[in-house]
Design a protein around this ligand. Structure first.
Ligand code: RVK
Ligand code: MG
Ligand code: MG
Length: 315
């Protein structure tokens, strides 16, 4: 019998699971599905022959760090602190969405970044950038779903004001909250609890279909793109297919090609929150970059977030 992870191990598993999925996925970002299928027979094969050397995370993890730092400092999403953390952590070489880059550069320069976020794309951005970074919100408010929904909304606004961009983040945050709470996943109720809180059919329909997904070959039907509607449910579905294995979850996400760093980051965060840090293959974790805000920093940040969560419950 396997032992259940502690809650602290789940917090660490979530943030490191996000970073490892992001960093491994980044090697294959933008590759067509057919290329991935020719290169690897299965998720296991990909995991057993990962790219050599260190793996580097991208904007997904960098911005999740900003959200976790804000929650540790404030206990909630405080817009001014979140923007300060995003601006200070911004490193263009991590690779950002086209619109997100403009908004973050305006944030750094002290310009009206909120105006840009609202006008760069019609109705705001529906990219997956708000969802890719939201996992710490799911952990912090895991006992209170309306608060998860509200704080995920708040965490999106600096860059993503389009309703579908926001709801993608809310959906992903709730998936993390539920995964961090479940001892044995009830797939039907996991997907239904998320679907019934959705206002957009673009999420509720695919979530209900994902509950019935039983073969990895159909995972690609949920999309592999940069839009929140083409990636958030895909990541949750990848977790739902193989809840017992972190490696297979991110491996199957990466085999889809397309926005591999982000789909594997989101799937990895959910899987890590469910299984705990012990489920991340140690050879992969050892490859994750470890300078400045690398592996050691993220591990400690997750533990600090856990303490902030415990403190908030004691009040
Ligand atoms: C590079 C039309 C829209 C749109 C709208 C499209 C990183 C645009 C991460 C835009 C993730 C893109 C990803 C991304 C995260 C969005 N109308 N097109 N209303 N809203 N788009 O720029 O943070 O990889 O083509 O806000 O969401 O790893 O450039 O960035 O994969 O979606 O970027 O949206 O991107 P952005 P983001
Ligand atoms: Mg990225
Ligand atoms: Mg990406």
């Amino acid at each position: 019998m396997t032992t259940q992870p502690t809650l602290e191990e789940r917090f660490v598993g979530c943030l490191l699971g996000l970073a490892v999925g992001d960093a491994l996925g980044a090697h294959f970002e933008g590759q067509p599905t057919a290329f991935m299928e020719r290169k690897y027979n299965s998720a296991r094969q990909l995991l057993h022959s990962p790219p050599p050397g260190e793996i580097w995370y991208t904007d997904d993890t960098q911005m999740a760090i900003g959200i976790a730092e804000t929650l540790v400092r404030c206990g909630r999403i405080e817009n001014s602190v979140l923007c300060e953390r995003f601006a200070e952590n911004y490193l263009p070489q991590r690779g950002y969405g086209r619109g997100a880059r403009y908004v973050l550069e305006a944030m750094r320069a002290g310009h009206d970044h909120q105006y840009l976020a609202e006008t760069l794309f019609p109705g705001g951005s529906f990219g997956n950038g708000a969802a890719m970074r939201v996992a710490p919100v799911g952990l912090m408010f895991r006992d209170d779903h309306p608060t998860v929904w509200r704080e995920a909304h708040a965490s999106s606004l600096p860059t993503h004001v389009h309703p579908l961009g926001i709801e993608g983040a809310q959906v992903l945050a709730l998936a993390v909250a539920l995964a961090s709470t479940a001892d044995e996943l009830d797939r039907e109720s996991f997907f239904e609890t998320i679907a019934e809180r959705c206002t957009a059919d673009e999420y509720s329909g695919p979530l209900r279909r994902a509950a019935r997904l039983d073969h990895v070959r159909d995972l690609g039907l949920f999309g592999n793109g940069i839009e929140a509607t083409a990636s958030v449910v895909t990541a949750i579905a990848a977790f739902g297919l193989t809840p017992e294995s972190y490696g297979e979850t991110i491996g199957n996400a990466i085999l889809l090609g397309g926005d591999t760093d982000t789909i594997a980051a989101m799937a990895g965060a959910i899987s890590g929150a469910y299984l705990g840090v012990g489920a991340i293959p140690s050879e992969l974790l050892a490859k994750l970059e470890d300078r400045k805000q690398g592996r050691t920093y993220i591990d400690q940040l997750a533990r600090d977030l856990y303490r902030a969560y415990e403190d908030s419950r004691a009040q």
